[in-house]
Design a protein around this ligand. Structure first.
Ligand SMILES: C[S@@+](CC[C@H](N)C(=O)[O-])C[C@H]1O[C@@H](n2cnc3c(N)ncnc32)[C@H](O)[C@@H]1O
Length: 248
C-alpha cells in the first residue's frame, strides 16, 4: 500500500481526535518565518495550516481531502514525490506528520526544496531511537513500533538531503492533536478505540498486537502497575519523545 491509499482506508474518523495543537503550531509557524505563500504537503484535513498566509495544500487521499473544512485552502490531489508546481513557486513548503508515509521521503523533501525557498517538516527521530525506550507505550506495550522504523532513512539523512537543521518539539501533557505519543501522561486514552483509529501505527501493527497492548495496559492501569512504573511523568508538563522540526 502506498501514498494516500492507507488514508483512503483508515482516514474516515481522523478529525475525531486529530487537530491543530496550538503550541506545536506556534513553533511550526515561527519556522515558516515571513513566508507569505505556503505549500502544505500531505495536508490531510488541514491541521496546522497557518492563518493569514496564502496556503495551497497537496493531499493524495480523496477521503482526507473530503474532510477539509469549508473555507480551507485549495487542495491539489498529488503526492510529495511529484509536486505539480514550477521551481520556487512558494516562499515556504511545510509537511506535518506525513513524511513517514511517503514511499520515498527523500524524493519528497527534494521536491519541497525545489518548489519552495524554505522547507519546514514536523517528523520524528529515526537516528537516535532512545525515545522508543523513554516512551512507556513503545517500551512496555507495543515494541512492534521499532519494526516500523526499519529501512527508513535516518533523521540525519533526511536533514542532510535538504541541508536542514533540526529542532526538538516538546509534547505538552494535554496535547490537543491525538498523534501516537500525544497521550504520554494520559494513558487511559489509549484504551479508547477512537484515539487508536486516529493513529496509523495501530492499524499497521495489526489487530493481534493492538489487542495485546490494550489488554495489558488496561490490566496495568487497574492494578496500579502503570502508575508505579511511570509516577515520575505526573510531575512533567511536556515530554521530549523524539519529535523534531527539520528547517531548511
Ligand atoms: C497522519 S496524516 C497527517 C495529515 C496532516 N498533515 C496533519 O497534520 O493532520 C498523513 C497524511 O499523509 C498523506 N500522504 C501519504 N502518502 C503521501 C505522499 N506520498 N505524499 C503526500 N502525502 C502523503 C496521507 O494521505 C495523510 O493524509
Amino acid at each position: 500500500m502506498c501514498s494516500g491509499q492507507l488514508y483512503d482506508t483508515i482516514g474516515a474518523t481522523y478529525t475525531v481526535t486529530r487537530r491543530t495543537e496550538p503550541r506545536i503550531a506556534a513553533q511550526i509557524w515561527a519556522a515558516l518565518g515571513d513566508a507569505r505563500t505556503v505549500l502544505n504537503v500531505g495536508a490531510g484535513t488541514g491541521s496546522y495550516e497557518p492563518p493569514g498566509r496564502d496556503v495551497t495544500a497537496v493531499e493524495p487521499s480523496a477521503l482526507m481531502r473530503s474532510q477539509r473544512p469549508a473555507g480551507a485552502a485549495l487542495c491539489v490531489a498529488a503526492a510529495a514525490e511529484s509536486l505539480p508546481f514550477e521551481d520556487q513557486s512558494f516562499d515556504a513548503a511545510m509537511a506535518v506528520a506525513t513524511i513517514h508515509h511517503w514511499p520515498d521521503p527523500i524524493a519528497g523533501l527534494l521536491e519541497m526544496r525545489r518548489v519552495a525557498r524554505r522547507v519546514v517538516v514536523f517528523t520524528h527521530e529515526t537516528s537516535d531511537t532512545g525515545w522508543l525506550r523513554r516512551f512507556w507505550l513503545s517500551r512496555d506495550y507495543l515494541p512492534e513500533v521499532a519494526d516500523l522504523l526499519v529501512g527508513r532513512p535516518s533523521l540525519n539523512e533526511l536533514a542532510h538531503s535538504i541541508g536542514a537543521r533540526t529542532e526538538p518539539v516538546l509534547i505538552p501533557w494535554n496535547c490537543a492533536d491525538g498523534f501516537f505519543e500525544a497521550y504520554w501522561r494520559r494513558p487511559e486514552a489509549y484504551l479508547d478505540d477512537h484515539v487508536r483509529r486516529g493513529v496509523s501505527v495501530w492499524t499497521i501493527v495489526g489487530p493481534a498486537a493492538e489487542q495485546r497492548a490494550v489488554r495489558t495496559l488496561r490490566d496495568d492501569l487497574a492494578s496500579g502497575r502503570w502508575a508505579e512504573r511511570n509516577r515520575d511523568l505526573l510531575a512533567l508538563d511536556a515530554a521530549e519523545l523524539g519529535l523534531r522540526l527539520l528547517i531548511a
